[in-house]
Design a protein around this ligand. Structure first.
Ligand code: FES
Length: 105
């Protein structure tokens, strides 16, 4: 298990996605209803980042064509996306937020 640091909680955006990169993946972290959610930062339709998309009712909306994904489960909700996204557990240590790598949910 590897902890990938997202940042200090006070410095993270609660209005939009926070992007963090590992060696192999880009991950977007969102704050929704008092909880943090980490999700693969790549729309499976055209491979674009999702961290700039709006969040409505717990779903991230792809800024290009509007596919929606549940931030808790990664499940795609509508076309044109045809596959789900990986999600990751998060952990708060002191005042910092981390994504737990190697433990996909
Ligand atoms: S690129 Fe995301 S729905 Fe098309």
């Amino acid at each position: 298990m590897i902890l990938l640091k997202v940042g200090n909680l006070e410095g993270l955006s609660r209005d939009r996605g926070n992007c963090v990169e590992s060696a192999a993946e880009s991950i977007a972290v969102f704050h929704v209803n008092g909880e943090w959610h980490a999700i693969e930062n790549r729309c499976p339709h055209r491979d674009i980042p999702l961290d700039d998309g709006p969040v409505i009712a717990g779903e991230i909306i792809c800024p290009l064509h509007g596919a929606r994904f549940d931030l808790r489960t990664g499940k795609h909700q509508n076309p044109p996306a045809e596959s789900d996204l990986k999600t990751y557990p998060v952990r708060i240590v002191g005042s910092e937020l981390f994504v737990v790598m190697g433990k996909k949910t």
